[in-house]
Design a protein around this ligand. Structure first.
Ligand SMILES: [Zn+2]
Length: 119
């Protein structure tokens, strides 16, 4: 007896020839493969900046913002308020050390938590 199954790509019913067949046609199998590849690439594209940044010792404000999950403006605000030390190397260039960032983030979280709970 031949079994029918739903194609994992287009959703149409088809008669399968083998137990492991997931797609109704060569076309759907190819399309599904391309879709998987695209998703994988999109994922890598999304996480690559974070992977790159996580291994750098000196961060620009933009990169620090990506790591902190906040806006670049917020990084500027923290630096201007003296909450986040930055090393200025020229009028236009300033860096934040990854180590410093980690320590300051923790300190800011503790301060904000204390203010929030009025400790
Ligand atoms: Zn199909």
């Amino acid at each position: 007896m031949r079994k029918t199954r739903k194609c994992a790509f287009c959703g149409r019913e088809f008669t399968c020839n083998s137990g492991s067949q997931r797609y109704c046609s060569e076309h759907c199998a190819e399309a599904a493969k391309a879709q998987r590849k695209k998703r994988q690439q999109d994922f890598l594209k999304a996480v690559q900046p974070v992977i790159d940044i996580a291994s750098q010792e000196y961060l620009t404000f933009s990169k620090a913002a990506i790591l902190m999950g906040c806006s670049r403006q917020y990084v500027y605000k923290l630096v201007n308020e003296g909450k986040l030390p930055a090393s200025r190397i020229s009028n236009r260039m300033a860096f934040i050390r990854r180590q410093t960032l980690r320590r300051c983030l923790l300190a800011i979280l503790i301060i904000e938590y204390c203010q929030h709970t009025s400790l």
